[in-house]
Design a binder for this molecule. Structure first.
Ligand SMILES: N[C@@H](CCC(=O)N[C@@H](CS)C(=O)NCC(=O)O)C(=O)O
Length: 339
């Protein structure tokens, strides 16, 4: 009887994707002693860029590094960036080839429901725009009617483009490629009249083009997309770690805690709340299954949210914080309550 009950419980857990604490991917990563985090198949400017020696950088990579530091104290020797395409994100996560998807991934209903994925609070909100060859003199996406637009396969961008064209009665051919580099090369080789990208990589693509003035970013906002960290559904412990990591980046920013001053702040915390946040007094880590000084290790490794944004996005590509600012500066982000 007991056996049958156990088997039934296991089947239920499989069907619903409910994991107990022991099967959490948090434990899998801790036991392995290494975090397996999503990379990109090529360079995705601002978020996951790789050089010819295989060194990664970018905002998503910093979040991977920060997560590894939160788990292990430092990312050094404890992080593997696994290069995957956009389309490989979900199979790689489900198979365990990666522990987490941190790859500028949009929260869409089909992914949320049909693919059994769970989303953190968004960490980036961005707009989709189309860039066109200036010689076409297009003033909006409607002026590309009868033409073509290039897009990456297996992305929400592909669906957003199709919906926008349909909703606005614009007849443009959608040409898809698997790799971001192919999409951009096709556009630059005049295979398509327009190129749709998320605004940060689009700004970067224009800025680094051979002749930036030969391209115009059209003003239409095709959609806004909130980007979140994604874990398998039914693993609340692992999801909690993602949410508290993101929150800690905003908590540090709002309290003026930076990579440079964190040791000073920790030596003399200005409040008991900040003392707890930095692990001077216990509590902030234990409840998550982490060490109490995990947030200290996180900020020490990558800095606060503003520092990550400046290092990867606004510094190199000039993209303003805009709605990705803290609410105190007119943006949409805020930390959760540290108590
Ligand atoms: N947010 C998208 C993924 C990002 C995306 O759509 N990337 C597109 C538009 S920025 C692309 O073509 N990226 C260029 C590249 O892969 O280099 C999703 O969740 O599916």
């Amino acid at each position: 009887m007991k056996k049958i009950l156990l088997a039934a419980a296991a089947t239920f857990a499989l069907m619903t994707g409910v994991a107990n604490a022991a099967d959490s991917r948090l434990n899998t990563a801790l036991e392995r002693g290494k975090l397996l985090c999503s990379g990109h198949n090529g360079s995705f400017l601002g978020f996951a860029e790789v050089d010819d020696k295989g060194n990664w950088k970018g905002m998503d990579i910093d979040l991977c590094r920060g997560l590894a530091a939160s788990l292990f104290g430092s990312s050094e020797g404890n992080l593997e960036i696994v290069p995957i395409s956009w389309a490989q994100r979900w199979p790689s996560l489900q198979s365990g080839d990666i522990d987490v998807v941190i790859k500028l991934s949009g929260w869409t209903q089909s992914r949320d429901t049909e693919l059994n994925l769970a989303y953190s609070n968004p960490y980036f909100v961005g707009a989709f725009h189309v860039m066109a060859h200036a010689e076409l003199e297009a003033k909006s996406v409607a002026d590309l009617d009868g033409g073509s637009i290039c897009v990456s396969a297996g992305t929400s961008t592909e669906r957003i483009l199709a919906a926008y064209l349909e909703n606005n009665g614009i007849e443009a051919e959608i040409i898809v490629f698997e790799k971001g580099d192919e999409v951009k090369a096709a556009y630059f080789n005049q295979r398509c009249d327009g190129l749709i990208l998320f605004s940060p990589p689009l700004a970067a693509t224009k800025a680094t083009a051979e002749n930036p003035d030969a391209h115009v970013i059209l003003p239409d906002v095709l959609a806004l997309e909130p980007e979140a960290i994604i874990v398998p559904e039914g693993d609340p412990k692992w999801l909690d770690v993602q949410n508290w990591m993101l929150s800690s980046l905003w908590f540090a920013e709002i309290n003026g805690i930076t990579q440079a001053n964190i040791d000073e702040v920790r030596a003399n915390p200005p409040s008991s709340q900040i003392g707890k946040f930095l692990g001077v007094t216990p509590g902030y880590g234990e409840r998550l299954g982490l060490s109490d000084d995990w947030a200290y290790n996180l900020i020490k490794e990558v800095g606060n949210y503003a520092e990550i944004f400046e290092r990867n996005v606004s510094g190199p590509y000039g993209l303003p914080r805009a709605m990705n600012n803290l609410y105190t500066n007119g943006g949409v982000f805020y930390p959760l309550v540290v108590d």
